[in-house]
Design a protein around this ligand. Structure first.
Ligand code: ARG
Length: 461
């Protein structure tokens, strides 16, 4: 027996193409458990407002329990005739509670305030799951940093060798970015913790229902301040879509580096077999597919936030059916990240770094030139002069095909009289790294402190 929530003024049912266009159960059915939770809370406020007797409330709640169990077991599913998750569950309730009692629950609520509330509930749970998965990626990066406290590598700008840094420092830079994604999700949750239930279709309820009680019942901090905004606002969806896209972009930056690191030319690291794939034709291949999928999926996440913003743009207040298009892009972003994040944690956590190779390349490309210039500054040489002198050291070493540390004492003195053999204390990778010991720098103690602070920051909540 199909149920329609709005048949009264119509003399015919919808045309088939109309019904097909309108139907959303193929994606909004995931809201069913939240819809039932909302119905329980709504039944309680109806009772408190004197619109359901104690016996009716009991009957309603037990019918909702049965419905919830049938939804969970798959015994109750939406049909093609159900316009959306709310319509399907209305049918399920009427079947279980009877038309007389079941027909009382819709008083004082609209699918407009329902869906705005349920979507927030679904997203708040999803944000918590994504947060946990992000923390696993942060943990994997920090565990690698713990395992390689002294490993060095060429730090890069413009992808060119720049200055030597600790591998741990570099990995922690990625961990910092993902920790901000975690903070963005936590921060988003505070703004999203507002319940539109009770806003009705747009104007609020006339039945003496208490939106604050429903909000508390459903785990929200407060009811919506403004019923028009409560039903029409979707910035909470766009905002989390952005947070998820930013997370995807941050993951793509780690991913791109892994792809580069495992090339024959770099050979900085090797992928664990469990987190790599082979080729159907080239027997030797070991491909970084996890990282490539991260890079690829970030494109979809960006598309989802821009698509949603385009859907929202210029919609007049309050609810418009356009808003039904709000869910799929965000559900899609969540689904991709729930697949991607565990694989990223696995791949990063099992990456084997070839620290000897990274160490041998750390001074290559004259990465210690800045150290010569800054050492001269500490000897009271003006930086402009020091920069020139260090540049001349590079020129001489390059011409002779040697490293900066291989210049003789005489050559150094020729470049600048202040360049005494004492400069050699910073002409090693370890010396250079140890000298960058200001807050946030690459000196081993500073990097260990950064790690401690990061761990403390993501732990507090
Ligand atoms: N399924 C709709 C959505 O997701 C909610 C239903 C509101 N429909 C309506 N005709 N007011 O936005």
């Amino acid at each position: 027996q199909p149920v329609q929530l709005w048949g009264g003024r119509f003399s015919s049912g919808p045309a088939e193409a109309m019904a097909k266009l309108s139907s959303s159960t193929h994606f909004d059915w995931v809201l069913a458990p939240y819809d039932i939770a909302g119905s329980r809370a709504h039944a309680r406020v109806l009772h408190r407002a004197g619109l359901l007797s104690a016996a009716e409330l009991d009957g309603m709640l037990s019918a909702l329990d049965t419905l919830a169990a049938d939804v969970a077991s798959g015994t109750f599913t939406p049909t093609l005739a159900d316009e959306d998750v709310h319509t399907a569950l209305e049918r399920g309730l009427l079947e279980r509670a009877g038309a007389e009692l079941g027909g009382k629950l819709r008083a004082g609520r609209s699918r407009n305030d329902q869906v705005a509330t349920l979507f927030r509930m679904w997203l708040r749970d999803a944000a918590r799951r994504i947060t946990e998965l992000c923390l696993d990626v942060v943990d994997a990066l920090l565990a690698q940093a713990d395992a390689h406290p002294d490993a060095v590598m060429p730090g890069r700008t413009h992808l060119q060798h720049a200055q030597p840094v600790l591998l741990a420092h570099h990995l922690q830079a990625h961990a910092q970015a993902i920790s901000r994604d975690v903070e963005r999700l936590r921060d988003w949750d505070r703004r999203a913790a507002v319940s539109p239930y009770g806003s009705g279709a747009l104007a609020g309820s006339s039945l003496g229902l208490d939106p604050a009680a429903v909000a508390a019942d459903l785990g929200f901090d407060a009811p919506a301040e403004n019923s028009i905004d409560g039903t029409a606002a979707r910035d909470f969806a766009a905002e989390i879509a952005f947070a998820l896209a930013m997370l995807g972009v941050n993951l793509s930056r780690v991913a791109e580096e892994v792809i580069i690191w495992v090339t024959a030319e770099f050979s900085y690291a090797e992928l664990d077999d469990a987190w790599a794939t082979g080729s159907s034709i080239m027997p030797q291949k070991k491909n970084p597919d996890v990282a490539e999928l991260a890079r690829g999926k970030s494109g979809k996440l960006i598309g989802n936030v821009s698509g949603l913003l385009a859907t929202l743009k210029a919609q007049p207040l309050a609810y418009n059916r356009d808003l039904q298009e709000d869910k799929e892009p965000v559900f899609d972003s969540v689904a991709h990240l729930e697949l991607l994040l565990p694989a990223m944690a696995g791949m990063l956590g099992t990456l084997r770094f070839r620290t000897d190779r990274m160490a041998s390349l750390a001074p290559a490309g004259f990465t210690l030139a800045t150290d010569i210039a800054e050492w001269l500054v500490r000897e009271q040489v003006p930086f402009r002069v020091a920069h020139e002198a260090a540049g001349e050291c590079v020129q001489r070493a390059e011409a002779r095909g040697i490293g900066l540390d291989e210049l003789t004492d005489a050559e150094l003195a020729e470049v600048h009289p202040a360049l005494t053999p004492r400069v050699r204390e910073v002409l090693t990778v370890a010396g250079s790294i140890a000298s960058r010991n200001a807050y946030g720098g690459t000196a081993p103690d500073r990097v260990a402190e950064q790690r401690d602070r990061l761990r403390a920051r993501v732990a507090e909540h």
